[in-house]
Design a protein around this ligand. Structure first.
Ligand code: ATP
Length: 353
C-alpha cells in the first residue's frame, strides 16, 4: 500500500491531498490544469518541502512529523516531460552515469535488463541529439530504472511525443511496471492514457482528492466531472473469443456479451480492455432490425443524469460491467427512460486500448 497526506500552500493555491493507493500497477493522477498533480508528485519525490507531509510505501515510512527522507535518498525513478539527458554523453554514457552512483549492493536492475526492457540496445552509441523524442524518453525510462527504484514517478512523459511514439512508450512503460513489479504514479491530462495504462485512478480537483478507485468505475460515475466531458468513456474488460478473419473482425466476450472489433492481433483467450465513448452509444427500446451497427447490446438502465442542458447521461448495466451513453435530453424524455428499464445500446465505435 502507498499512503500519504500532503498539505502545501503555493501563493493562492492550497494542496491538501490525502490518499491510499495500491503499491502495484500504474496509478494515474488526473485532473484539470492547475489542480496540483505536479506539486503532489514533487512532494512525494521530496523535491518540494511541504508544509505538512506524510508518506509511506509498503510499510516503509519516508516522511512523517518526526522524519523526512531527503529527496536523493528516496528510492524513486523520475521520468519528466523532457528526457533531460546529458548532450555530451552517448546513451550508454548517460545510463552509466546514474548507475555508477548506486551502491553495488543496492542495484536490483542491471544495465542489461534496463536496456532490454526499454528496447534501446541499438541506440547505446548515439548521442541524445541523434535520437527521436520517443527514443529519448525510453532512455530516460531506462535511466530511471537504473536507480533501482521502489517506485516510478512519471510527469506527463508522453506530452511532447507524436501518436506513434506515445503508443510505443506506453507499451514499454506497461512492460517495465509488470516486469519489475514497480508501482508507478503517472501524471496525465489525457483520458486515453488513463484508459490504456491505469489500474488505479486518483482524481484531483483544486488541490484535493476528489475520488480514488478503479478507472472503469470512476469513469462511469455520474457525479464526477469525468462523465461530463465531451470525451466521456467507459472501459469494459473482455477476452478475445474468436477471429473472424473473413470479415476482418474479432469477437470479444465481455461477461456473457459479445462485442465485435476490427481484427485484433491478440490470441484467443487474451484479456483485453475495450474503450467506448459515451457519445458513440445510442439507445433503443426495441432491438433494431436490419441495422448496420454490429454491436447492439441488451442492458438495463442503472442511473440517469440530466444536467439541464442539451445532453443526458445514462449509465447502463451490462452484466457486471457498466456502460455510459450520452444522448440528448429530448431523446431521454421521448423514450421516457427510467432506472431499471431494459433497453438496447447501439455502439457505433469500439476501440481497444
Ligand atoms: N511557485 C509557485 N508559486 C505560486 N503558485 C504556484 C507555484 N507553483 C505552482 N503554483 C500554482 O499551484 C497550482 C498547482 O500547480 P501544478 O503545477 O501542481 O498543477 P498541475 O495539476 O500539475 O497543472 P498542469 O496539469 O497544468 O501541469 C497552480 O495553480 C499553479 O499556478
Amino acid at each position: 500500500m502507498i499512503s500519504g497526506h500532503y498539505q502545501h500552500r503555493l501563493g493562492e493555491f492550497q494542496l491538501d491531498a490525502c490518499f491510499e493507493l495500491p503499491a502495484t500497477g500504474i496509478t494515474a493522477l488526473f485532473g484539470p490544469s492547475g489542480c496540483g498533480k505536479t506539486t503532489l508528485l514533487r512532494c512525494i519525490a521530496g523535491l518540494q518541502q511541504a508544509d505538512y507531509g506524510q508518506f509511506s510505501l509498503g510499510g516503509q515510512c519516508w516522511q512523517d512529523q518526526n522524519q523526512c527522507m531527503p529527496s536523493w535518498q528516496r528510492p524513486i525513478g523520475y521520468v519528466f516531460q523532457e528526457a533531460g539527458l546529458f548532450p555530451h554523453l552517448s546513451v550508454a554514457g548517460n545510463l552509466r552515469y546514474g548507475y555508477r552512483r548506486i551502491a553495488v549492493e543496492e542495484r536490483r536492475i542491471t544495465l542489461e535488463e534496463a536496456v532490454e526492457a526499454t528496447g534501446i540496445g541499438h541506440l547505446l552509441a548515439r548521442r541524445p541529439a541523434h535520437l527521436s523524442g520517443g527514443e529519448r524518453q525510453r532512455v530516460a525510462l531506462a535511466r530511471a530504472l537504473l536507480t533501482s527504484p521502489r517506485m516510478l514517478l512519471c510527469d506527463e512523459p508522453l506530452a511532447a511525443l507524436d501518436h506513434q511514439a506515445k503508443e510505443q512508450l506506453m507499451g514499454y512503460l506497461q512492460q517495465v511496471v509488470d516486469e519489475f513489479r514497480l508501482p508507478c504514479l503517472y501524471v496525465t491530462h489525457a483520458p486515453h492514457e488513463v484508459a490504456r495504462l491505469a489500474s488505479h485512478l486518483l482524481l484531483l480537483q483544486q488541490g484535493r482528492v476528489l475520488a480514488s478507485g478503479v478507472p472503469a468505475q470512476l469513469l462511469t460515475r455520474l457525479d464526477l466531472p469525468l462523465s461530463q466531458r465531451h470525451d466521456a468513456e467507459s472501459l469494459l474488460q473482455g477476452v478475445v473469443a474468436e477471429q473472424q478473419a473473413g470479415f476482418g473482425l474479432s469477437r470479444v466476450r465481455c461477461d456473457d456479451i459479445d462485442l465485435f472489433l476490427p481484427q485484433l492481433q491478440h490470441r484467443n483467450g487474451s484479456p483485453v480492455r475495450v474503450q467506448i465513448l459515451a457519445r458513440d452509444v445510442s439507445l433503443t427500446l426495441e432491438r433494431p432490425r436490419d441495422s448496420s451497427i454490429l454491436n447492439i447490446l441488451p442492458c438495463q438502465i442503472d442511473a440517469l443524469h440530466n444536467n439541464g442542458q442539451t445532453y443526458a447521461l445514462v449509465r447502463l448495466n451490462l452484466g457486471s460491467q457498466q456502460l455510459l451513453a450520452r444522448i440528448t435530453q429530448l431523446s431521454a424524455w421521448q423514450l421516457a427512460l427510467q432506472p431499471g428499464q431494459q433497453v438496447f445500446a447501439q455502439i457505433k465505435g469500439v476501440a481497444l486500448v
